[in-house]
Design a protein around this ligand. Structure first.
Ligand code: ADP
Ligand code: MG
Length: 701
């Protein structure tokens, strides 16, 4: 029987209760789900025997042959345990049982096979609850090949579905794999890329005879996972290429007036190039779906504005959607000012702002001017995707800092005109290549790989809090030179109260240290009005220091601020640190970023700080970030933040397989964009199955 039609509840060793749990915890319904999505995260080599003195860590399960020399009960009450001494003939090690002591049968003079993970206790290793099997009862096949280990959940462990429990179920399912699993990848591709067939891959991913075969099996499983994601993404892209789009061939007076009369500086070559790429899409007659990547400070806002003006030139409206109110406000005031002619008079285009704080009265006016078309560009937070916001003729949507918007929110924008508008997505910082190829894989990409001229690289230093006094001295010196300073504190949702106190304390401390300076403070829980006021005071130079949480992370632009102090920098991720640092270095002055951490740092944190000190290049930092955040064990299952689950492939380590999977998928679709060929029906059917069972594959935008 095909495993795909076999209810997991009816499989040997499962039953209703376990089936329920498997469905709830891991979304497993069939036997095929079980063998293809619950995959080992590591293996233990059961053909290898250790000696006691070879134990070097707690991570590796080991097996040792030896004897038990003596045992006795120690401790009283809850701490009572059975302690035994085990020897391999040369060294001794303690074995401990806290529970089930009555079931432990020990005999002197008997050879045992001990199997388990060592624990480090009081500077020595011991084994807690090891498996101890008399050698006379060890079956030879137990000592062959690699033994799989599976991740489980607490709920699963409670009903015996620990790693061993799962291993037993897998073992009983394996005989059916040979005849009950269909191939999902064409023979031509298997041949071309030297991939293992699906059955062999499943058998060998669970119970490989050796490491080489295990790797081939995993490679095939990873390929399949990434291949179908790419096939899905690229097919969507092909379909959309046929989407009629609003035709915007004109470069007209709005664009030209702004370009020739308003621009205070020359565009960088990279900015010119990406505008040409975007304009190429807008005049193609097809709907644009493009990703704009550029490092912090590379001038994405200006590109956005110029594209919006192109839309206006062609009789359409544009909107720019930002993730936070602060950022929306800031975009609004920047663009509003830039569009004001130097010699006075009517603005080059009409812009308005819509956020959660826009009053009902303002909204009514705004809705009218949107509907009658007198408003050209609307800037806002996600407030602008609400149903009541109706445009006369929306033609271009620009989404700034895309990652914070959900798919459903984006889909709403599609319905704001008779056809989907052109879409330009801008990321806050560069994103790693593998993420760009998957999460944004259905978008064409433009990259601004050049900063405006004259920027001095930001000098970054890493200090421990012990050196606070010299940091304060430095702040004073910079302010006396006429500069302004940001001081940022972490604020992470789970612990709001505690950390707001940190922020408040930090603020008070700074007030005491610098009684002669004026200090602003902003955080996410302030009223929008107060936040704006504080930001305004800092932007206008009224205050010298801005104490803030990460609400200032994205987009804030105060060119005279040249120092960024990040408190508790160990609490931030790399891309966040890079974003924060990007708030300085925007003017002509030499800028500084000071990373303050506690003295004792984990290896990981130290690496993060070192990378920040070593480079200003957001593309390099993005790659390093992914490497560092990568999963510890073999390869990761939970890659948070991805719209799809990866059971075995990893975007950290499997970049090469991803490349191959993408070209294989591309080759198929280049020859048969709609998967109509007889030979490609297998792929089409598989995508349909995935669409029914996986949210990611179901979403059509
Ligand atoms: P980001 O890409 O991080 O959104 P911004 O659009 O905020 O960057 O631009 C950063 C700063 O660089 C702004 O002050 C902007 O006016 C300025 N800028 C943008 N393009 C140029 C350019 N071609 N030459 C000089 N300055 C520029
Ligand atoms: Mg920006």
């Amino acid at each position: 029987m095909e495993l795909a039609h076999q209810d997991i509840g009816y499989c040997k060793g499962v039953g209703n209760k376990r089936a329920d749990t498997l469905r709830k915890e891991l979304n497993i319904v069939t036997a095929l789900d079980m063998v293809t999505t619950v995959l080992p995260y590591k293996y233990t080599d059961r053909s290898k025997f250790y000696k006691i003195h070879e134990i070097v860590d707690e991570d590796t399960a080991v097996q040792i042959i030896g004897e038990v020399t003596e045992w006795h009960m120690v401790g009283i009450g809850k701490g009572q345990r059975l302690s035994a001494t085990f020897t391999d003939g040369q060294h001794m090690i303690e074995l401990v049982w806290f529970r089930g002591v009555q079931f432990v049968k020990l005999e002197k003079g008997v050879q045992y096979l001990l199997f388990g993970k060592p624990t480090r206790y009081n500077h020595q290793y011991n084994f807690v609850h090891p498996e101890l099997t008399p050698m006379s009862k060890v079956k030879p096949q137990m000592l062959q090949g690699l033994e799989p280990d599976y991740n489980t959940t607490d709920g699963m462990k409670r009903i015996g579905l620990n790693s061993k429990g799962i291993r037993n179920i897998m073992a009983s399912l394996m005989p059916d794999v040979q005849h009950g699993v269909a191939e999902t990848i064409g023979q031509d591709i298997l041949d071309k890329y030297h991939l293992m067939g699906r059955r062999d891959a499943i058998l060998n991913v669970h119970f490989p005879p050796n490491t080489a075969v295990m790797q081939k099996a995993r490679e095939r499983m990873k390929f399949e996972e990434l291949f179908y994601i790419q096939l899905h993404i690229l097919r969507q892209m092909k379909r959309r290429e046929n989407n009629e789009g609003f035709l915007m061939p004109i470069v007209g007076k709005h664009f030209n007036r702004f370009y020739h009369e308003q621009l205070p500086f020359e565009l960088t070559n990279a900015q010119k190039r990406v505008i040409r790429e975007i304009q190429g899409d807008m005049k193609s007659g097809k709907q644009m779906n493009r990703l704009l990547q550029g490092d912090v400070g590379s001038g994405k806002t200006l590109v956005a504005l110029l594209c919006a003006l192109l839309a206006v030139d062609n009789g359409y409206q544009a909107c720019i959607m930002a993730p936070t109110e602060i950022l929306a406000n800031q975009h609004y005031s920047t663009l509003h000012e830039m569009l004001q002619p130097k010699e006075g008079g009517e603005p080059i285009a009409r812009v308005a702002l819509l956020t959660g704080s826009t009053t009902q009265k303002q909204r009514t006016l705004l809705h009218d001017s949107l509907r009658n078309g007198s408003l050209n560009i609307l800037i806002g937070t996600h407030a602008l995707i609400e149903d009541e916001v109706q445009f006369a003729n929306l033609g271009l949507v620009i989404v700034d800092e895309q990652h914070r918007f959900g798919v459903a929110q984006r889909a709403k924008l599609w319905t704001k005109n008779i056809r989907p508008p052109h879409v330009l997505v801008m990321t806050a910082t560069p994103i790693p290549r593998t993420l760009a190829m998957t999460v944004y894989g259905d978008l064409k990409t433009s990259i601004i790989d050049e900063l405006p001229p004259g920027r001095k690289p930001i000098t970054t230093v890493h200090y421990s809090i012990q050196r606070k006094a010299s940091v304060n001295q430095f702040i004073r010196k910079q302010i006396d030179l006429g500069r302004q300073v940001y001081v940022v504190f972490p604020l992470i949702k789970e612990n709001k109260d505690l950390e707001l106190k940190d922020l408040q304390n930090g603020y008070n401390e700074l007030c005491e240290t610098f009684p002669d300076y004026r200090i602003s403070m902003v955080h996410g829980q302030m009223k929008a009005k107060d936040k704006d006021e504080q930001m305004r005071r800092f932007a206008s130079g009224e205050t010298q220091i801005l104490v803030a949480t990460t609400v200032i992370e994205v987009g804030v632009n105060v060119p005279n601020a040249s120092v960024m102090i990040i408190e508790n920098a160990e609490r931030f991720g790399l891309s966040q640190l890079h974003q924060l640092r990007g708030r300085v270095g925007r003017g002509a002055d030499q800028s500084y970023c000071v990373l303050m951490t506690k003295l004792e740092l984990s290896k990981d944190t130290r690496q993060r700080m070192d990378i920040m000190v070593a480079t200003n290049d957001g593309f390099r930092i993005a790659e390093a970030d992914l490497q560092l955040r990568g999963p510890g064990d073999l390869e990761g299952t939970q890659q948070s933040g991805l719209p799809f689950d990866l059971h075995i492939a990893s975007l950290v380590t499997d970049g090469q397989i991803l490349d191959i999977a993408r070209s294989a998928a591309k080759e198929i679709l280049d020859n048969d964009p709609l998967l109509e060929d007889q030979y490609n029906q297998m792929y089409k059917r598989r995508l349909d199955v995935l669409r029914q069972t996986t949210t990611y594959f179901g979403e059509i935008s």
